[in-house]
Design a protein around this ligand. Structure first.
Ligand code: PLP
Length: 384
């Protein structure tokens, strides 16, 4: 395969000899009394990286969210407000607990939850607001925390996509009552599958710690004695070993993701009608997923973008469908931006060892599409 046609993947982890050495060590020696060594080390390192009181490693972000919502007492008859633009993983635990997800619109510039729309949807049944930092972009945490404070409703952060993102000096995931992270193979820091529950609330930490161990409190002296029905969403020591290696490299991993987004921005800077992930004053965007949104009058659609990228052997992905467009929820088209933006947007590939040539191949597809539209050609004429 020539460099011109070699497949460009969407994301791919950066695994070095360090991670391999730690995982090998965990596989060879991390048993018996050592079976939690890497887990404890990973949790401790992550807690320090984020600047929070407590961290509990989990098998997924979904599991961390499920346990956190349950620990807040959310269940039957309750409502949880979240953005319509979200991965299903944020909504599924709400449904599993018997509560109702209330989907609100996003802001057109950050693609994150619209605080005013969130506030409009508060009812006596509202038990939490989930702020998902989409693609690394930050939710307006000052406004959300203020709304939560005024209404006595906890704000939760789904920071699965936001390692490396910072809101006015505070890291994404560290500002809400609790935060959740994902270490799925597509994420900036990976353990294959995995996640983290973080909080600075001591009581909530104890509750989740107990529930994460099948309801067995850590001070319970009786063996095999759960005091409650809990969960089993634990991370293995081998996965945590990978995580320890990744965490030692975290600043570099984030920096490279940011460089790739910056390179896209530079190569597309002549096109004012394309918006990439924003980075507002006082914030840092962890740049997990570079995403391009095209102004409607450019006439460039998701389908044209998918075809053009596919023809160029580039794995670009669609912007999240609004969750209210899925069959299990009721349609809510008045979430105007959440329904509109995905029709004219695309996720661009980003992985640590991506080359400048590869980034250029991606932006060439976009420029080619714009040129062919300007020349009135059918969208695929250029890529033939
Ligand atoms: C990846 C992701 C999740 C799910 O993470 P898992 O570890 O697969 O459970 C949740 N929320 C968002 C916003 C994500 O991007």
């Amino acid at each position: 395969m020539t460099a011109k046609t070699a497949r460009i993947s969407y994301t791919r982890p950066s695994i070095t000899e360090l991670e391999v050495a730690y995982a090998t060590d965990a596989a060879a020696t991390g048993w018996g009394e050592h079976c939690y060594d890497y887990i404890v080390r990973f949790e401790d390192g992550f807690r320090k990286h984020l600047g929070v009181g407590h961290a509990i490693a989990t098998s997924s972000c979904t599991g961390a969210m499920h346990m956190g919502l349950a620990a807040l007492g959310i269940g039957e008859g309750d409502e949880v407000i979240l953005a319509d633009t979200n991965w299903i993983a944020t909504a599924a635990p709400v449904v599993h607990l018997g509560a109702t997800p209330v989907f609100v619109d996003i802001l057109p510039d950050s693609w994150c939850i619209d605080p005013a729309d969130a506030e409009r949807h508060i009812t006596p049944k509202t038990k939490a607001i989930i702020a998902t930092h989409i693609y690394g972009n930050l939710c307006d945490m000052d406004r959300l925390l203020d709304i939560g404070h005024r209404h006595g409703i906890p704000v939760i952060e789904d920071a699965a996509e936001a390692i490396g993102s910072v809101w006015h000096g505070r890291r994404a995931g560290s500002m809400g009552i609790f935060g959740t992270f994902s270490f799925h193979g597509t994420k900036t820091l990976t353990t294959g599958e995995g996640g983290m529950f973080v909080t600075s609330d001591d009581a909530l930490f104890e509750k989740v710690l107990t529930s994460s161990n099948h309801g067995r409190a850590r001070n319970q002296k009786k063996q095999f004695w759960p005091d409650d029905i809990g969960f089993k969403y634990k991370m293995s020591n081998i996965q945590a070993a990978l995580g320890c290696g990744q965490l030692e490299r975290i600043e570099g991993l984030i920096a490279r993701k940011r460089e790739i987004l910056a390179s896209y921005a530079d190569k597309l800077k002549a096109y004012q009608s394309i918006s990439l992930n924003p980075e507002n004053a006082g914030t840092v965007n962890g740049a997990w997923m570079p995403t391009a949104v095209f102004e409607r009058d450019m006439g460039i659609t998701r389908e044209m973008l998918q075809q053009a990228f596919s023809a160029a052997n580039i794995d670009a992905r669609v912007f999240f469908h609004p969750l209210t467009s899925l069959p299990m929820f009721s349609e809510k088209r008045d979430n105007r931006h959440a329904w509109d933006i995905p029709e004219r947007a695309i996720n661009l590939p980003s992985y640590h060892d991506m080359t400048e040539d590869e980034i250029g191949r991606v932006t060439d597809v976009i420029v080619g599409l714009i040129d062919s539209r300007a020349a009135g050609e059918p969208p695929l004429a250029k890529s033939a």
